[in-house]
Design a protein around this ligand. Structure first.
Ligand SMILES: Cc1cc2nc3c(=O)[nH]c(=O)nc-3n(C[C@H](O)[C@H](O)[C@H](O)COP(=O)(O)OP(=O)(O)OC[C@H]3O[C@@H](n4cnc5c(N)ncnc54)[C@H](O)[C@@H]3O)c2cc1C
Length: 227
């Protein structure tokens, strides 16, 4: 199988904030540099896709992949989310990583350490078979690097049953909260534990499928898996 190589022009190193993506509350936590955004997108693999149908907003959790300045979504060709978005309905995609619980001395100053990204735009239906296959490869590799080369690739029938959408990363913001609690000065003397409970994503032992051929070993790329 061969893939078409797409040559992309190098984008500016930061996204330009718009009236819709300017972080308003605690703006110093806002970030628009592409490096910060890319790191968040590459560490996460679940996003929430918001769109409106007949005046009703829906926010649907789904997986995604990234290639350069494009976010890829995929799913059943029958999916309302994908059908709606392929018609050019505006979309908001949100990605969130929760890094830790921030425990302050007062209820008011409790917080969460997080890194999140909001992408606004309009998705494009991917029709070119080479781009579609490449998006599915990226998608799989985004979740488990090394997996694609080992598995059976989608058949023509499976490709037909799958919709892939491309969302350009153009109108984008990130917001990041790091560090310990910020208490009111008079509360620092309170006899209450304060600090951060980190919440890293740590994989547990793999559970083999009941029908797995017993001589098929856990693949090397799964050992030491981390996001
Ligand atoms: C972590 C994660 C990853 C996923 N990855 C993908 C993916 O890559 N591709 C994909 O197509 N789907 C994915 N899904 C499933 C996705 O959330 C939708 O269920 C799916 O797209 C079906 O869409 P639909 O158009 O049939 O549902 P819709 O017709 O949009 O849904 C109808 C109604 O069903 C309910 N509903 C639908 N999905 C959910 C849900 N997840 N949780 C609770 N209620 C729901 C809602 O009330 C919704 O209004 C993922 C879900 C999760 C949680």
């Amino acid at each position: 199988m061969s893939y078409e190589v797409r040559i992309e022009t190098k984008p500016m190193s930061t996204f330009t904030p718009t009236t819709r993506t300017q972080v308003k509350r605690l703006p110093k936590r806002g970030a628009y540099d592409r490096e910060t955004v890319r790191k968040i997108l590459d560490e996460a693999f679940v996003c929430h896709v918001g769109f409106v149908v007949d005046g009703q907003p829906y926010v649907i959790p789904t997986n995604f992949g990234r290639s350069g300045e494009t976010l890829y979504l995929h799913g059943s060709a029958a999916s309302r989310m994908l059908r709606t978005l392929s018609e050019g309905v505006p979309v908001c995609v949100t990605i969130t990583l929760t890094d830790g619980l921030v425990l302050a001395r007062s209820a008011f100053h409790h917080s969460v350490n997080y890194r999140s990204v909001v992408v606004l735009g309009t998705a494009r239906l991917v029709v070119d078979p080479a781009e579609k296959m490449e998006a599915l490869r990226l998608f799989t590799e985004h979740i488990m690097k090394g997996r694609w080369e080992e598995i059976r690739w989608p058949s023509e029938q499976e490709m037909k049953a799958t919709t892939v959408l491309a969302l350009p990363l153009e109108e984008v913001s990130a917001k990041v909260r790091m560090g310990g609690p910020i208490d009111d000065e008079e509360d620092y003397s309170l006899p209450v534990w304060a600090g951060v409970l980190p919440l890293p994503v740590v994989p547990a032992e793999p559970v083999a499928d009941a029908r797995l051929n017993t001589d098929t070993k856990v693949p090397a790329y799964m050992k030491g898996y981390k996001r």
